[in-house]
Design a protein around this ligand. Structure first.
Ligand code: NAP
Length: 474
């Protein structure tokens, strides 16, 4: 691996302690990566502060052109990034190519948004003073990303932060730091000045991030990961009243009505369930199918799941790679064992294969009881857990009965009914007759304990900006 050290102020830094990154398909060590200490965080903050002064003063067009160049360069190297993503995360080639291209699109989208931080001017109704509203870069941002999308969860934060005029320090997930490190030479080539973007892999995660969140120069903390860690970060962020952007866990319901086009519903469920082999916060977690169509739906979904080829994701004929690590694989196996013990029926899969690699087969469970752990928690693996329903009101209540509110999916041929149901779902996003909602041009994010703020769309850049209002008379 070419890039395994800390990236601070545009240069590579070795450290005394390092940690191993494992290829989940082979269980072999892929690389030994530098582990940042507190002193490294201070250097990165100094560099980001110095670089941001010049960057924030550049015109929006100048910032936009650097981001546009980053999109062009990344788009020309999708193969390279996809390969790296598969090696460190395990996901199959098609998933990795999808991620690389999705990741690159954030640079293009925010190149276009950089020039649209629109404010406004109006008359105060009572006093007649002018109300001038404008948006300014919020300050240094600490970005913390998960392992399930090693490229896209980073670019979804870096691109809007740079568009807004902020400098950043990124703490990538310890399972998958290589893709983010490999992106840095590309950003240099695109014209990102030294120091503006710094990458600090670390095994001292909690202490390192906490230290940065208490530095008075930091104004934003943008996190994607589990709800538990999100809560911890919100508590740390409270000390300096930082601007938080939190993209946290999900427990996505899929509702399939009896008037749904079954081809569309099966294709959509497969996408919602198996994109990234279920290791996605948007993954279908609870599947509610109308009783009338349940037998046919289960038969067809099981056939589609059984047809997927499991193996090392670097083989282009493979559909489903390994899970990211042994703990994630074992947790998925426990969810299945728990559901079966509580009365669920195994339609396909469910057996951990022998040999190396953290593989788990695509699995379908029907008749899953409400009290099964996989209904209450995120499965984060290739297991479709199916329940049935008969009544619209009842299924809306069941779908909303969770502390999460990231995404829900609805399949119905009756558009009027479907939209009425969508509006009643307490979720930040709803896929209607679609199994995919993620789009750089759309505001991604959840309600309740799935998070705060939005990434992508127009909202994404405003997460890195402060609104200033000037009351003026002339
Ligand atoms: P995680 O354990 O919360 O880790 C995410 C990141 O937080 C990693 O970089 C991790 O570093 C870091 N971290 C861990 N403990 C920390 C602490 N005390 N202080 C500061 N940082 C800390 O989550 P994960 O297992 O990687 O990812 C899976 C979760 O992410 C799922 O719940 C999923 O739903 C959620 N997710 C949400 C979205 C969304 O957009 N809503 C998208 C993707 C994933 P280390 O790796 O060094 O521990």
């Amino acid at each position: 691996m070419d890039y395994t050290d800390l990236y601070i102020n545009g240069t590579w830094h070795k450290t005394a302690t390092r940690f191993d990154v494992i290829n989940p398909a082979t269980e072999q060590v892929l690389a030994s990566v530098a582990s940042a200490e507190i002193a490294d965080a201070d250097k990165a903050l100094d560099a980001a502060e110095a670089a941001m002064a010049d960057w924030a003063a550049r015109t929006p067009r100048q910032r936009s052109e650097v981001l546009r160049k980053a999109w062009e360069l990344m788009t020309a190297r999708l193969d390279h990034f996809a390969h790296l993503i598969t090696l460190e995360n395990g996901k199959a080639r098609a998933d990795a190519m999808g991620e690389a291209s999705y990741a690159a699109e954030f640079f293009r989208w925010f190149a276009e948004e950089a020039v649209r931080a629109d404010g406004m001017i109006t008359h105060a109704p009572a006093s007649g003073a002018r109300i001038i509203v404008q948006h300014k870069p919020a300050g240094l941002a600490v970005l913390i990303t998960p392992w399930n999308y090693p490229a896209a969860m980073g670019t979804r934060k870096i691109a809007p932060a740079l568009a807004a005029g902020c400098g950043v320090i990124i703490k990538p997930a310890s399972e998958t730091p290589l893709t983010m490190l490999a992106l840095m030479p590309l950003l240099e080539e695109a014209g990102v000045p030294a120091g503006l973007v710094n990458v600090l892999p670390s095994r001292r995660t909690g202490a390192l991030v906490d230290h940065m969140l208490h530095d008075p120069r930091v104004r934003v903390v943008s996190f994607t990961g589990s709800t538990g860690v999100g809560r911890t970060l919100l508590k740390s962020a409270a000390d300096q009243v930082l601007k938080p952007a939190m993209e946290l866990g999900g427990n996505a319901p899929v509702i399939v009505f009896d008037d749904a086009d079954l081809d569309v519903a099966i294709e959509g469920t497969m996408l919602a369930k198996m994109r990234n082999l279920g290791e996605a916060c948007t993954a279908a977690n609870r599947i509610y199918v109308h009783e009338k169509i349940a037998p046919e739906y289960i038969r067809r979904l099981s056939a589609a799941m059984s047809a997927l080829k499991v193996g090392d994701g670097t083989d282009p004929s493979v559909d489903v790679g390994p899970l990211v690590n042994a703990a994630t694989r074992d947790k998925v196996a426990e969810f299945v064992a728990d559901a079966l013990a509580k009365g669920a029926r195994l339609e396909c899969g469910g057996v951990v294969p022998e040999g190396h690699g953290y593989f788990y087969p695509p699995t379908v469970l029907s008749n899953v009881p409400e009290n099964a752990d996989c209904v209450q928690d995120e499965i984060f693996g290739p297991v479709a857990a199916i329940q049935t329903f008969t009544d619209q009101e009842e299924v809306i209540t069941r779908a909303n009965a969770t502390e999460y509110g990231l995404v829900a999916y609805v399949f119905s041929g009756d558009f009027k009914r479907a939209l009425q149901v969508c509006e009643r779902l307490d979720y930040g996003m709803v896929g209607l007759n679609r199994g995919l909602v993620s789009d750089p041009a759309a505001p991604f994010g959840g309600t309740k304990q799935s998070g705060l703020g939005r990434e992508g769309g127009h909202e994404g850049m405003l997460e890195f900006m402060e609104t200033q209002y000037i009351s003026a008379s002339w």
